[in-house]
Structure formats: C-alpha cells, structure tokens
Design a protein around this ligand. Structure first.
Ligand SMILES: [Zn+2]
Ligand SMILES: [Zn+2]
Length: 123
C-alpha cells in the first residue's frame, strides 16, 4: 500500500476560538431516534459528532465529508486529539470552552433514546 507522508501544511487550520456546536451529536439530534456512545469534537469547526463505536459514526463522516481530520474527545476528563488522516493520536491546542458535554447528560446518550440492548449495537 502506498503511504503518502502528510505534513501539517496539508491540513485545514485548527481554530481554537470556535466553541462546540452543542451538547450532543448534531446529526443524531436532527433525527427522531439517533443516539450515541461517546462524543467527539471537530478541532477545525467545533462540530460535535458521535464516535466510531456509535451506530452512525457521524464524527468520522464529518471528517471525511468536510476534510476536517483532527478531532478531540468531548467526554469529561478526556483531552486527547486524534488524526483521521494519520490514524493516530495527535497533539492540539487548548480549545474554547466547554471542554466536554454536560455532566447531566448520560453516556450513552441522549437520555430517553438509548435502546436497552445498546451494547450489542456498537461498532
Ligand atoms: Zn451521531
Ligand atoms: Zn469540522
């Protein structure tokens, strides 16, 4: 397999002043019954999406569709970044608050939509 070496010059800029788009996955919340396991934040535009274990994997779909490869966890006590182009953990700047979803929001979430057999539905 051909491996193309990327540099940060190939990436769109990270804007640390942009706040998160909301408290849950944008695309899941736009549906009647979407739910997620964990939440991730796009470091480029603030889009909040669901993780790759979630049924709909909206964060990686956003990264591919928008060309926004750097994400950060939107879970409490997690501050790691991930790079979808390199497929590895990455470094990133301090991002605008809030740093994670509200503590009142359950994991998985959102409240009231998570099916009883949710663990079997993960990727
Ligand atoms: Zn989602
Ligand atoms: Zn984005």
């Amino acid at each position: 397999m051909e491996h193309h070496a990327l540099t940060m010059a190939d990436y769109p800029p990270i804007d640390p002043t942009i706040p998160p788009s909301g408290t849950g996955c944008v695309e899941c919340l736009a549906t009647e019954d979407g739910w997620w396991f964990h939440l991730r934040r796009c470091a480029h535009c603030g889009h909040i999406g669901c993780c790759d274990q979630s049924p709909s994997q909206h964060t990686s779909k956003h990264a591919k569709a928008e060309g926004h490869p750097i994400i950060r966890s939107f879970e409490p006590d997690e501050d790691w970044f991930y790079d979808y182009l390199q497929d590895e953990y990455a470094e990133g700047p301090e991002l605008a608050d809030p740093q994670h979803h509200p503590l009142s929001q359950p994991t998985p979430g959102p409240a009231g939509r998570v099916p009883h057999d949710w663990e079997r539905r993960l990727h």
